[in-house]
Design a protein around this ligand. Structure first.
Ligand code: PLP
Length: 435
């Protein structure tokens, strides 16, 4: 990594770096970025980094995609923002495109959220309002956001630990992490016990009045955990049987990440509601929202109605993003490149002692880092992410599980040649750490 030493006055935009750093509430990373293009980021010294995490898994089209840049330029001179109370061309176009590409049964578009966290909170409000029930079921290791409500809805105690006040009525249940099954079952014989047990959680651990089950179809920050075959179908059946609304948080998985427009398409299961954010912005424009079934309308006015929600400039970028993702060959490329990366990572895992399970769908890939006994090794995982920077790689690690998964989620525009470059760099990094 290019270190900008404290006291280095090169940060002309911010004056003395040491002084600037003293004013951040949070400590920023040492990397001082000046430019991004495609899958690469460039620092102040002109060093290039291949971003394996596409920002925060949100740059579906990579850094500063030229068509997004052009769209934003053109739209900005007409209208950047107007209160979401009014219609505008870009927002109307976005609502219409989202309704067209939505998983079966989802006909209504709510666009007033400013972030994924508040989209999830709004979905829970809709579920509570519609069912009249207070409780929400979520999964261990799930990540649903970082607002006050969502830290409790998420499945990691460390996020809640510092705060005395939390959202009541959340029941956390074991996730379908087959490799390290909570119930110590084998998939071939388990009969999806993890779904069956949710009935017990509803009957004995909840208030008995559950509004929604909210989960990521692939647990992203939890460790890139894919649901076993039949899991999401079984969950949908459980929800239908018990009058509970199933909400998919597709904030990471949406808009092509899994090789289909939504993970709902990848797994062939539609939820009653779907939240989205991140990738819809293409090259990072902030936009988030909810898709719902027709019957779930009726809460207008009580939703989160964020000032920046339904932003016109972001909507124009989102329409362009959907257009690009929908072009012939785009999603096929995600599937082909994703399969290639997984195959190469599996080849590496056969040789490099600390590489464990490699799993994923499309370009949502995770690699477990393990010790000699196959146990999660979060220390080595963090070391690899740190060392990666010296090898020109930006890597992110799973936070919510054992912290031992390297997340490989590059921009969806990645070519096979770029995928090979990434894999070559990863291989070099792994051997450097192994020696
Ligand atoms: C699956 C998932 N849900 C919700 C969120 C929260 O989104 P935001 O950061 O836009 O509030 C995130 C963000 O990392 C996420 O990955």
């Amino acid at each position: 990594m290019t270190v900008v030493p404290t006291g280095d006055a090169r940060a002309s935009e911010g004056g003395d770096v040491a002084d600037v750093l003293n004013h951040y509430y949070y400590p920023p990373d040492r990397l001082r970025v000046v430019r991004g293009e495609g899958i690469y980021l460039y620092d102040a010294d002109g060093r290039r980094y291949l971003d394996c995490a596409s920002g925060t898994f949100n740059l579906t089209l990579g850094y500063s995609h030229p068509e997004i840049v052009e769209t934003i330029r053109a739209q900005a001179s007409d209208l950047i923002h107007v209160t979401s109370k009014f219609q505008s061309g870009p927002v109307n176009a976005l609502v219409s495109r989202l309704a067209e590409i939505a998983p079966a049964g989802l006909t209504r578009v709510h666009l007033k959220s400013a972030s994924g966290s508040d989209a999830n909170e709004s979905a829970i409000k809709i579920a509570q309002h519609h069912t009249g029930n207070p409780d929400v079921i979520t999964l261990f290791r799930g990540h649903l956001g970082q607002t006050m409500g969502m830290i409790n809805a998420s499945g990691a105690a460390f996020r809640r630990a510092p705060f005395p006040v939390q959202l009541p009525g959340v029941v956390h249940v074991p996730d379908p992490y087959c490799l390290r099954c909570f119930y110590k079952q084998e998939r071939a014989t388990c009969g999806l016990l993890c779904v069956e047990r949710i009935h017990d959680f509803i009957d004995y651990a909840s208030s008995g009045r559950v509004a929604a089950v909210v989960l990521e179809p692939i647990s992203g920050n939890g460790g890139n955990i894919l649901p076993p075959e039949g899991y999401l179908q079984a969950l949908r059946e459980l929800c239908d049987e018990r009058g509970i609304l199933l909400v998919f948080d597709e904030i990471q998985t949406g808009f092509g990440r899994t090789g289909h427009m939504f993970a709902s398409d990848t797994f062939g299961v539609s939820p009653h509601m779907l939240t989205f954010g991140k990738g819809l912005g293409g090259s990072g424009m902030p936009i988030a929202g909810i898709l719902t079934e027709e019957r779930l309308t009726g809460l207008a006015g009580h939703h989160i109605n964020a000032t920046f929600g339904g932003n016109v400039l972001a909507a124009s970028a989102a329409v362009k993003t959907i257009e690009i993702i929908s072009r012939p060959g785009f999603l096929e490329n995600v599937r082909t490149v994703g399969a290639h990366v997984m195959a190469r990572l599996r080849e590496m895992a056969a040789k490099v002692p600390f590489l464990g399970d490699v799993r994923g769908a499309g370009l949502m890939i995770g690699v477990e880092i393990v010790d000699a006994e196959g146990r999660p090794d979060p220390r080595l995982t963090n070391h690899l992410a740190e060392l990666g920077v010296e090898h020109g790689l930006l890597l992110r690690t799973s936070l919510y599980g054992f912290g031992n998964v390297l997340k490989v989620r590059p921009a969806l525009i990645m070519t096979l040649a770029e995928a090979d470059e990434m894999c070559d760099l990863l291989e070099r990094l792994f051997w450097a750490a192994a020696s």
